[in-house]
Design a protein around this ligand. Sequence first.
Ligand SMILES: [Zn+2]
Length: 60
Amino acid sequence: MRSDIHVCGDWRVAHDRPVYTLGDTCPECGADAVNSAPAPFDPTDRYGEYRRALKRRERQ
Ligand SMILES: [Zn+2]
């Protein structure tokens, strides 16, 4: 199910917490807002780098 709710793509850098918007850009910093539905942002996503490394390995 798609959601029209977007979240600031740079919120981890620009804000203390996710900034949600219905528009395409963050209302606070102007960064691109990304769809928040497919991958809920987890501030403690310490496996992100591991998953990316795994994908790189699969391509080789
Ligand atoms: Zn922002």
